[in-house]
Design a protein around this ligand. Sequence first.
Ligand code: PLP
Length: 397
Amino acid sequence: MTKDKALSTKLVHTGRNTEVSKGFVNIPPFNGSTVLFKNISHMKEVVEASMKNPSVLSYGTHGGPTHDAFYELMNELEGGVGTWGYATGLAGCVIPFFAFVKAGDHILVTDSVYGPTRDFCENILTKLGVEVSFYPPTIGKNIKGYVRENTVLIFMESPGSHSFEMQDVPAIVSVAKEHGIWTMIDNTWATPMYFNPLKIGVDVVIHATTKYIAGHSDLVMSTATCNKKAWPLVQLVSYTMGQMVPANIVYLAHRGIRSLKVRMEQQTKSATKVIEWLEKQPEVKRILWPAHPKDPGYEIWKRDFKGAAALFGVEFNDSMTDGDIDLLLDSVKLFGLGFSWGGYESLLIRSYGKRSEEDKTNFGKMVRLSVGLEEPEDLIEDLQQALNKIRELKKKD
Ligand SMILES: *Cc1c(COP(=O)(O)O)cnc(C)c1O
């Protein structure tokens, strides 16, 4: 219905059905296990259809109308044919691997991948006989050199959520296609608003909906949206592995995404102001944010993305000790200290993870900011008073 419409219109109108919701604007959370059939022949008919297509509703583990509505919107935003949901962001990153790999296969995973996804590859896939190599995120078309006879899958994430290197996704996809290799990408940072990997040939796009999509720090969930070729495999594996999200959670994610555009735009505008201020502080060495003209990933970001998220890194110079950074985290009052990002509230934590081998950045000197919906001037004032505290203490030394 909204295929030819603008993104903001799709966000409002797609995945609504007043017949299902009995006239209410939103489709409510349909919680259910048993689906009652009219009679035995109806039961046979539905069960047979659901064997071929697990999204045909015959039991609660297939989802329900709440799920269908949200997945319809995700398909439309990403240009996919099917979406499956998972009960955590991490589950959505890892379960789809099982659709594509078997013992004896080799896979390529970006070195900048979300830490727990790396743990899954290193600790679980290898135990099942899958060979895993990590490639430098900035490798681009030279990923060709990493491809082996038995390479079946490339897993990307651009930018890395702690290290922020951009990847040349079109170049990597074209190498993958030459060799008949599947591609998956964790697209959580960009959201479906700013980058649509399926449209340039990626097979599976994953979103930790926990972050911007839900946007209110009140749930964990993810989606894997697939192209035509990948969908039957991902769907079957996800169903067979018992993956399902409670309808209440899907409902909240759907409610959250309705305001995605206004939230993202506002948060990025505020992040820009915070960055402009941070850059002027003598303790700051550089900002890690692909939308910054000085960022090494800027050209690729400008070429491939329609916008930037309000999540970025700050590297300090040697004037900031470990203790100073701890004091900064302890002294801010508006920024929360905690995991996750993309919610309506600002967060400030230490950066974890790893930049590529070429870039020997010391992660100990880095923090990560997720800018929320507060007034940017208030956020700047908060950072200012925290930095002042550190400067005062240094003067006394
Ligand atoms: C947070 C995050 C995930 C996992 O989401 P959870 O809901 O916390 O499990 C996956 N990928 C990226 C890039 C993330 O930031």
